[in-house]
Every structure is written in C-alpha cells, then in structure tokens.
Design a protein around this ligand. Structure first.
Ligand SMILES: NC(=O)c1ccc[n+]([C@@H]2O[C@H](COP(=O)([O-])OP(=O)(O)OC[C@H]3O[C@@H](n4cnc5c(N)ncnc54)[C@H](OP(=O)(O)O)[C@@H]3O)[C@@H](O)[C@H]2O)c1
Length: 269
C-alpha cells in the first residue's frame, strides 16, 4: 500500500508506453518488503532538465531509471558520476544526493554481461563486434572491454559517435585490441546494440550473410523477442541471445543501487 512514507522512483523516457522496468522493480520492492514505488514519466527531450529539477524538489523522490532517448543528455545533469558512466558517456540510473543533486551510474553493460553469463556464454578471449555507438552500445563496450576479449570491433552509422567511443575505449584500455570496422564477419560474438529491430520496417543492423555456425548473435532489442536479425542469424546456423536477457541481468543491480544504505524503509504490515 502506498502511504506517506513511501519513497518515489521514476522511469524517465520518451515514449514510455512499452517499458517493463517499473513493473519488475515494483515486484522486487514488494517481494523485499520495501516501502517504495516506481512510476513511468513520459518526458520529451526539451523538458528533461526541467522535469529532473522538479523531481528533486519533491522530498520523497529518491531516484530514477533513465531510458531512451535521455541516457546521454542526463550525464551533464549529474553532480557525481561513476568512472564507467563517464567512460560510456551515458547514465541509466540516478540517485538523489542531498537536497538538490543527482549521482549517476550506468548498469546496462553489467546487465548485458550478466545475461550472457547466465546463458552460459563467456567473453574473455573472444573476438567481439558491437554494432551501434549510442548509450546502450557504449555501456556494453565498456563492460566487455573490462572482461579481456581478444578483440573489440566497433561499427556505427554515424562516424562522429563511433570515433568518440573508440577514442574513449582506446585511451582507457591501452592493452586492448579495439578497432573500427564495417564488417561483422570474423568475430565470435556480434552484438546488435542499435535501435534497429524495434519497428517492423527497420532495415537489418548488419548483413546476416556474414555470420554462421560458431558465431553468437546477441541483441539489445526486447520486443519482438526474436528480431529480424536474430531470425536471419538462426537461418544462417548462428546461435542467438535475445535482448530480454540484458534487462533480466540488470534488474537486481538496479534494485541494489536504489536500496543501498537502507535508504528505503520497510513496508508497514
Ligand atoms: N535489453 C535491454 O535491457 C536494453 C537496455 C538498454 C537499451 N536497450 C535498447 O537498445 C536500443 C538502443 O538504445 P540506446 O540508448 O543506445 O539508443 P541511442 O543512444 O539512441 O543509440 C541508437 C543507436 O542505433 C543506431 N541507429 C538508429 N537508427 C539507425 C538506422 N536507421 N541505421 C543505422 N543505425 C541506426 C544509432 O546510430 P547513430 O549513432 O548513427 O545515430 C545508435 O548507434 C534501444 O532500442 C533500447 O530499447 C535495451
């Protein structure tokens, strides 16, 4: 039951009709007997700063999950950032610090790796190609780079974002073989980390003829569960890893981030 001591959390995105994180977080709050609730907030890009500023003025507002298209823009609205959020250039969780500021972290990459691990797939020593250079791709790239792959190749439509991500990774992981490419062929793990596949008329994010048996094709898109590129990859004999695993992999991490330091009280019986 929501009461006067309930802590408020938001999911800030645009649009938000399809989101699933609030349902999952509310179930975790309930299961753990914590007095908190998460509500989706549909915030257009032009209103992001004003909306977050307003939320900080609400005394029992504690934090938010941040999703498309705000993950990069929200970075500059945070007073404190973790090193991995700085490196990824993106934030997907905010926590109130004091009266008037937010701390930010990015858990997307950890969620992606946790999903792979749960499904029995390893990262160390593998040749990995990431297609995309937005918020999700950057977070995944940082988390994978930390796990010592044999090689990391980055591909993206816009050159500017691609070069910026490459530069950040190359300067932080000097020992890592990180490059820019155009062909997903020659890799053990290929990740679609673009938003292509969400809409029925989207083009494929890469040429499926370049994958085959022995290759794992992983996805970030959650709906549909089997995206056109996963379908095509299966037809080529490749193994597949749907996008839902990434969210499942990070729900626990988001819950821990929000409930750390006993900041949420227990629900009254
Ligand atoms: N499964 C999960 O738990 C999870 C978690 C986070 C995100 N996601 C999903 O990941 C997707 C990407 O999110 P994001 O935050 O990274 O978004 P973003 O920052 O907007 O990045 C979108 C990426 O897709 C590329 N792209 C978009 N349209 C394209 C097109 N027509 N042709 C080629 N490339 C195109 C962009 O390339 P440019 O740089 O050239 O624009 C960019 O690399 C979203 O669909 C989101 O729902 C899933």
């Amino acid at each position: 039951m929501i009461g006067g001591k309930t802590k408020l959390f938001g999911l800030v995105g645009h649009p938000v009709a399809h989101v699933r994180t609030p349902q999952a977080m509310n179930a975790l709050f309930e299961q753990n007997g914590l007095d908190a609730v998460m509500v989706p907030f549909d915030v257009p890009p032009a209103d992001l700063s004003g909306a977050l500023g307003g939320l900080l003025r609400i005394g029992n507002f504690e934090g938010a999950v941040v999703t498309v298209p705000h993950k990069m823009a929200v970075l500059e609205l945070c007073r404190d950032l973790t090193p991995r959020a700085r490196l990824a250039g993106a934030v997907n969780v905010l926590r109130r610090v004091g009266e008037d500021a937010f701390a930010g972290d990015i858990l997307d990459g950890e969620g992606f790796v946790a999903g792979l691990t749960t499904a029995g797939h390893s990262v160390a020593g593998r040749r990995i190609c990431i297609v995309g250079a937005g918020g999700a791709a950057s977070a995944i790239a940082v988390a994978l780079a930390e796990r010592e792959p044999a090689r990391l190749t980055l591909i993206n439509r816009s050159r500017e974002r691609l070069l910026a991500l490459h530069e950040r990774l190359a300067s932080r992981f000097g020992e890592l073989d990180v490059g820019i490419g155009e062909d997903v062929g020659g890799h053990d793990l290929v990740v679609n980390a673009t938003s292509l596949g969400l809409r029925a008329d989207d083009p494929l994010p890469f040429d499926p003829e370049r994958v085959g048996p022995g290759v794992l094709v992983a996805e970030v898109i959650m709906t549909p569960e089997i995206t056109p590129i996963l379908h095509a990859a299966t037809g080529r004999g490749a193994a597949i890893h749907p996008g839902r695993a990434m969210l499942d992999g990070q729900l626990e991490a988001i819950f821990r981030y929000f409930s750390a330091d006993g900041r949420i009280g227990r629900r009254q019986a």
